[in-house]
Design a protein around this ligand. Sequence first.
Ligand code: DCP
Ligand code: CA
Ligand code: CA
Length: 359
Amino acid sequence: MNEFVSGADYNVKENYNLFLLVDMDYFYVACEIRRNKSLEGKPVAVFHAVGERGAILTSNYEARKMGIKSGMSLSKARSVPGVIFINADMDYYLKTSNEIFSFLKGFGELEQVSVDEGFILIKGNYEKAYELAESIKQNIKEKFDLPCSIGISYNRVMAKLACEFAKPNGIFVIRRSEAQEFLKDVEVSKLYGVGEKTTKILNSLGVYKVKDLFSIDPSLLRSKLGDKASSYLFLLAKGEDPYKYNKEEIPKSISTINTLEKDLDKEEILEIVFSMVYELSSELQTNNLVSKTVTVRAVYEDFDNQSVSLSLNFYTNDYKKLFEVAKQLVNKLDNKKIRRIGVGFSNLKKLTEESLKNY
Ligand code: DCP
Ligand code: CA
Ligand code: CA
């Protein structure tokens, strides 16, 4: 059963299900520039303060060129001269986000995915979708004075990919008929849901581009990634949306662990824990998930280890709320030097209208 109307018969008016992914460019920084025009054209980064320290949440292209990337510690970022650092004003960004998304509702069925990103579902042809995208971009520029990028394609994962190629400040279309050819030379790391870990494994197998996937032994891939992840990957590589069929399937938990460059006291690891929480919360947001339980795991210098967990009474993928919990957990750790530190989120579920209410 194909939910898409075939466009092969040219006598039939093209009437596809199409997805537009609207994603704001360098969103938090763009919000700051919007209210302070003197920042325009300068390298700017927004940070989240963690005690005396902090971490970069995002930066504009001028700052990215200078090496300022999200997740970077503020102290490291500050060593780059000439960059303007602004303490995050979440209230302002959320207010702006709400205004943008109420406005976008007028353009079609809207599925908001994160603070600065949402799908618009339409029926029609690619030309119509492109015109709509142009009008949305222009309106967002006029009404909000903010740049955005729009990806257009025949499913969510391909629209997301198209948006990567639209960035910054552009529109990019991937038609179903061009998808195979287009995907061949796309880096596997750009596929929806393929994170750093999977990319590393794939690279170790000699897989860098999508086309490389088809020249390796599928059983080798399954042995490294597991059955489910490899079948997802093959669907993505063919331009299909694996998530469409598995809306209810969600992981039990997601986690990350780091060996520290040198052993640290618990007071000294907060910045690192923040970066880990930020990275994981991005993963939640990308997969449209929310979590309720945070776990912090420490391996001490004597190799003893400890794991502490705490649950919220609501679900969220907001890094600030999750970090508050992680901070409390770090506080509970023993007063011994730490060698390895891990963070995990569990009790995961799909973000729904219901869970958004508790935001
Ligand atoms: N953000 C967040 N929590 C995360 C990751 C990001 O609150 N875990 C914030 C900072 C970003 C905004 O959300 O400004 C949007 O995230 P994006 O990944 O879309 O990044 P940007 O909009 O900053 O940059 P780009 O132009 O690459 O989309
Ligand atoms: Ca963005
Ligand atoms: Ca985004």
